[in-house]
Design a protein around this ligand. Structure first.
Ligand code: V47
Length: 371
């Protein structure tokens, strides 16, 4: 490739290594972030994106189920949780959970994404009964359920080994796990935003155990709050190392911090440029995670569409009536709050890519023609 594409000589130097498929270092990640050559960064990420997926862009049809918003963790970035002595708390009973699953099924969803608060007033059987009942009625609905933080909480609170927790949930119907709760691994920063939460090493350890049990998981990074660029690149390197060890991450999702209603509401959140850079740096650093998701719910549709040119190859799902957790961080522009399948297909086509409807495990279900 001609180096003339790059204004920044650091990127021109990196281009050869990216084309040769060489692994980038921590310092490379910092250099990418510090560069103001946005086109150059995007171009590098696009080389890798096209090598892995060509023009395919994935989405699925899914629905969220957030069983309870009671949570003791008190994370500063979260506007969803309430404590047991506060108003506004809820816990869905089994019938309500089944109703949401039924609606999802009727709307053509192939996946139910289940996450909730760390509720100290529920028995473990609440969760296994919920999974069992949903699976009994909808055996084909993929249950992407519980973050590593929830699994860690279950093991501690119900006094079981990690393996026992994973096995019991799997037997009840858990098919894979979502990527939440990773936030930012760097210890000092994590301490500032989520003191009471599972620490980064434990999050990674639990992922390894789920992978070894044969289940896939996703991974996330919450950015745009009080973290540094070094914290972000450290997060990506630690995920890459865990993937080398256990290999079960199928998708990475950078989550743009949305401040309203949180204890960090005085912060501005990340800019659009920062989000595009983060997408590209994630694609370039995570050479062993196949899929990078531009989560349109948090980025907004327009930025998510642009992110497809910055390394992303997945837009997540259509949201047909969101769960309560997701609604707490939906971007302000209300027209961005829903997307039909047709709209997602059009967003992908307009950006110059080929829409592919997938299941949770990235098996193609239906491919649509390019524009
Ligand atoms: O862990 C919480 C984040 C995560 C805010 O695996 C916030 O496919 C921004 O992990 N602003 C949960 N982010 C959501 C999540 C997820 C979403 C979509 C797909 C998948 C997947 C996973 O949301 C939390 C936290 O990092 N979060 N509050 C906020 N105010």
């Amino acid at each position: 490739m001609t180096t003339n594409y790059f204004h920044d000589p650091a990127l021109a130097e990196m281009a050869g290594r990216v084309e040769a498929g060489e692994r980038l270092s921590f310092e490379d990640g910092i250099r990418l972030y510090r560069s103001d050559d946005l086109h150059g960064i995007g171009r590098l990420a696009d080389i890798v994106r096209r090598r892995k997926h060509d023009r395919a862009t994935y989405f699925n049809v899914n629905r969220h189920l957030n069983p309870t918003n009671y949570c003791y963790a008190d994370c500063k970035f979260c506007s969803y949780f309430v404590k047991h002595n506060q108003e506004g708390g809820y816990t869905h009973n089994l019938e309500e959970c089944l109703k949401i699953a039924r609606e999802a099924h009727e709307q053509g969803a192939t996946e139910l994404h289940i996450v909730g608060g760390l509720n100290t007033r529920l028995p473990f059987s609440y969760f296994t009964d919920m999974l069992t009942a949903i699976k009994r009625e909808f055996p084909d609905l993929h249950l992407k359920a519980f973050t590593m933080v929830e699994l860690d909480f279950f093991a501690n609170f119900y006094k079981m080994s990690d393996e026992e927790v994973i096995e019991k949930l799997r037997a009840a119907g858990m098919d894979s796990c979502p990527g939440g709760g990773a936030e930012i691994f760097a210890e000092e920063t994590r301490e500032k935003i989520c003191t009471h939460k599972t620490d980064g090493n434990r999050w990674l350890e639990m992922s390894g155990k789920v992978h070894r049990a044969g289940l896939k998981t996703n991974a996330t990074m919450l950015y745009g709050h009080v973290e540094t660029i070094e914290d972000r690149v450290d997060h990506l390197v630690r995920l890459r190392e865990q993937q080398d060890r256990s290999g079960g991450f199928q998708c990475f999702i950078p989550l743009a911090f949305y401040p309203p209603g949180t204890q960090l509401s005085h912060l501005p959140g990340p800019s659009g440029i920062d989000s595009l850079k983060t997408m590209a740096v994630s694609r370039l650093m995570l050479d062993n995670i196949d899929h990078i998701k531009a989560y349109w719910v948090m980025l907004g549709k327009k930025l998510a569409q642009t992110a497809l040119h910055f390394g992303a190859n997945d837009l997540d799902g259509t949201i047909t009536g969101g769960g309560e957790l997701m609604e707490s961080y939906l971007v302000e522009n209300r027209s961005d709050n829903e997307a039909s399948k047709e709209e997602i297909i059009e967003l992908v086509r307009e950006a110059g890519f080929v829409p592919v409807e997938r299941d949770t495990l990235y098996r193609p279900l239906h491919s649509y023609a390019a524009a």
